[in-house]
Write a protein that binds this ligand. Sequence first.
Ligand code: CUA
Length: 344
Amino acid sequence: MLLTACAPNAITESGNKVHSLYTIVLVMAAVVFVAVEGAIVYNAVRYRRRKGDDALPEQFHGNTKIEIVWTLIPSLIILALFVMSMVVLADVNREHTNDPLTVRVTGFQWQWRFEYFTGPPDHLKPEGVTVEAEGQTKPPTLVVPVGEQIHFELESADVNHSFYVPAWLFKRDLIPGLHNTFDTTIESRYADQRFHGQCAELCGDYHNEMTFEVATMTPQEFDAWIQQEAKKQAQGPQCAPQGTQLKIDAVPSIKFDTDCLAAPANQPVTIDFTNKDNPGIPHNVDIYTKDPAQGGTHLAGAKDVNDVVTAPGQTTYQVDGLDPGNYYFHCDVHPQMNGVFVVK
Ligand code: CUA
């Protein structure tokens, strides 16, 4: 009874149905518990052995009527619970086909990426908006409108993760090679609030860092946000070359202090890399044409995953002149530490 008080209020329509079902089950279980325990205690006290009770009372076996009743009542309760559960389950799993907003959630060790799409599920049109952890120091924010059906696609880039928003009373796994989906609608009265989300599947050393925030907006605010965000992201990375001596630090825990490095085109530059992460943790800075997970090739920086600097430590990478373009850097040991390498 105490633990049930920990269940948060659901802010989604299906979450509310789950919550109601839960309450119904709890009340039914409480009634059965009180009735059964009450009868046991009453009978134990009322018919206890007293002084002078030396003879066994009359014994009898079998009573068809009572047996039918005590089989029938639980069967009816179970049947009712089964039907109610199936109705709620069908509702939680219902997906609408009226081309809702689609958010593709990608989980990877150990962060989240949220990409926005419109259009029918088999012809998704990107909105040009991707949300990731901000500068690797703040968990990403999943921005969603209230009062609208939202379709979610759940993808894992490596191991099993689980998308969990307690206030939705909902959790679904991200499994490599499997395409999990669900739809949800947040009730309109929960606009302009923030909720906590997290990975709910132990997925490795930094599972605990796989958190995110859910920020709710009215549909008008959301449309404005997505337009502004798409415009901003279309402009590309917002850092510009400031000379030929670049600087980047690794900081606790498992993060870079920046996600944007910039160098002037066709000039050799140096990258001073200081590993200020917790002692013993290895990192490096490796520059690629693009994310090697998407086919990028090594350009400069660290040689490979064995060429690392263990904290506390420092190194300087020499980078030959590069043609203008937007490249990619990451730590070979922790590819979730990454950023854009701008050359112009
Ligand atoms: Cu991802 Cu735990």
